[in-house]
Write a protein that binds this ligand. Structure first.
Ligand code: SF4
Length: 277
């Protein structure tokens, strides 16, 4: 939940999640639409899909118990080498390094050069192999990268690793690139009927808002002249939404719903509806 979402947003949702899904079996037996519903507002829904798929994998392959072996943890959907390293070291004290963006920066500082991912993994492994407290080591590395050894500012005077660091007391390197944001323009076709309700389609299983319910959406080739009704910001994309009320009968794979409330509708469409529908 914390990946790309702030702690203060996650905390109440984390507690609520376990009230609805108290164990792996309950989650595994739940339909994905209801899992999405519980996830609503947290964004990046593929995380919910991954957790759901992982719960089914754990229920089927590991007798409903979270696996202890690093390779088995790595086999869970959405868990890469770094996350598997974190879980495995924190829970089972394995010598498996964590390598997030902050730790990469710390290790590069120690070596005072730009390193490839392969080199970073080798160096991280070399360090963690020297300790008999791999869980504490990983947590300390994450903390160092998040606090003292920042991307813009370094607190070398207080750093416990200054003796081992080739770039101690030098300036932090300038950031070379920033995230490029792509703008997309989407027409949202709203079919509303007094008797039938609202017409919604389920989005494809991949791409933006995968598996969620929205009115039919058409991507426009060019930016319309009028102002968008709502702009939804994602990490690499700005989605400009233009609402169009439709009079004729809808076509395609959608269905009528009495209301969109209670359905797994993406936050961007939620906001659009709140303002316009
Ligand atoms: S000594 Fe400075 S540059 Fe080196 S790891 Fe510590 S904070 Fe980062």
């Amino acid at each position: 939940m914390l990946q790309q979402t702030q702690v203060k947003t996650v905390l109440p949702r984390y507690t609520a999640w376990f009230e609805v899904f108290p164990d792996v079996q309950t989650l595994a037996a739940t339909h994905i639409d209801d899992v999405f519903k519980q996830w609503e507002g947290l964004g990046y829904y593929r995380r919910a899909r991954f957790i759901h798929e992982s719960s089914q994998h754990i229920a089927q392959s590991f007798d409903g118990k979270f696996p202890h072996k690093f390779e088995d943890i790595l086999s869970l959907k959405g868990i890469g080498q770094s996350t598997a390293g974190a879980i495995s070291s924190f829970c089972f004290q394995t010598h498996t390094p964590v390598l997030d963006g902050n730790i990469k920066r710390v290790l590069s500082s120690w070596e005072n050069k730009v390193l490839t991912d392969k080199e970073l993994w080798n160096i991280a492994q070399g360090w963690i192999d020297k300790t008999d407290k791999p869980d504490l080591w990983n947590q300390a590395m994450m903390e160092l990268g998040a606090t003292l050894c920042g991307a813009k500012k370094r607190g070398c005077a207080a750093c416990p690793m200054q003796q081992n660091c080739l770039s101690a007391f030098t300036e932090a390197p300038k950031k070379l690139s920033s995230i490029k944001v792509k703008h997309v323009f989407w027409q949202v076709h709203l079919f509303q009927h007094e008797k039938h309700g609202i017409w919604l389609e389920q989005r494809p299983k991949s791409g933006i808002w995968a598996g969620l319910w929205t009115p039919p959406i058409q991507e426009l080739d060019a930016k319309p002249t009028q102002q968008p009704d709502y702009i939804h910001q994602l990490t690499h994309r700005k989605v400009h939404l233009y609402l169009k009320n439709q009079e004729e009968e809808p076509q395609g794979n959608g269905q009528w719903f009495k209301s969109w409330e209670g359905l797994a509708v993406p936050t961007g469409i939620h906001r659009l509806f709140e303002q316009k529908v």
